[in-house]
Design a protein around this ligand. Sequence first.
Ligand SMILES: [Zn+2]
Length: 324
Amino acid sequence: MQIHLSFDYELFFGEASGSADNCILLPTQQLISIAKKHQVPFIFFIDAGYLWQLKNHYHIAQCKNDYDAISHQIKKLQTNGHEIALHIHPHWEDSFYKNNTWQINTTRYKLANFNDDVEAIITKYHQAIIEITQKPCKSYRAGGWCIQPFNTIKKALIKNNIYVDSTIYNNGVHTSNAHSYNFLNAPKLDEWKFNNDPCIQDIDGLFTEVPITSDKILPFFYYNLYFKMKSNPSIYKPVGDGKWLQDKKRKYTHFYSITNHFACADGFFASRLQSILQRCQKQNKNKMMVLSHPKSMAPYSFKALDTFISKAKNKNHTFCTITS
Ligand SMILES: [Zn+2]
């Protein structure tokens, strides 16, 4: 099987954004070491709006330091053979840095909120990555999975020569003040072509979807996770120092019902990678796409990821980027 380990390279978007050091730079440095040890490439979906805003605030010492350190790390990721891909969180349009912190405004969280400006936003943010890497991205992932409706995003991606998406996960559905996506009808395939709707296969489609591998989680897992984080935070607590954007209505549903999730190395979720791989094999799948975040890695998950890669390599699975 081909295994894609992808990481959304970003701050938090809840009540506290967290610092570039703890949410991005330090955990990514650990990921670079794991990749080097095993000689495998990862995929980093860079929150390009953040780069754009850091550049806008370059006159502020902290933003200058963060921009310089982050662009240095992105160049290093590129030199080490990792894929640099485009991740768009358009709420950066409405957010700014003040009083030594990011004032995050998620009133307009999904791209669809930006109507006629979608193409300009995607192009401008993509340019912020190219400025660092001198190379256009080939793959896209929508911020907060909000890729629907696709028509305006489609035009912008064509203009930017991007024809591969990795946003969809099977059975994913979420409607809140911020989010809005519904993947219930997505094909149950390793990969498919599409044209106007990423959830509808079109063999003549311009775009390729490489979906995130889905996972179903029982309430017991979450009881276990919260117990572990409380009893042993130094091992199980994520390293990032910010707060997730929360949907208060949905917050506790995972304690009493089965929830649809995806393959993930964040925190204690990394404990599931091995069994997800086995399930994919049983289902004769050719690909496994894992979505994680440097900000949500915990000491436990770095270790679990390291073990997962060793075992998978021993069984001759390959780790690769999406578009190489
Ligand atoms: Zn994101």
